[in-house]
Design a protein around this ligand. Sequence first.
Ligand SMILES: [Zn+2]
Length: 93
Amino acid sequence: MNWERRQKIESNELKNPVTLADIIHQELSIFCWCTSCGHNNTIDPVPIKNILGPLFPVPKIGGRMRCSLCQNRNITTRPAWPNHGDGQIARHT
Ligand SMILES: [Zn+2]
């Protein structure tokens, strides 16, 4: 069943959050979003990995960041999953 499989994947993600090594391996960026002012950005995970280490969980990176606009520390971070269909994927040029 699809549904059961999905539940399994979701609970697995909670126990094993995606790490910097994972998204670098998948050539993804980090999507950062300030929950205070709505400012958002995608950043290169490689320099972050050099600071925090490859096994640092991506959702926890936000706790180490500060918004460049409002200086707030309420930052949400997640892998910048490719957006299917709208061509807004940030790729290395
Ligand atoms: Zn902000």
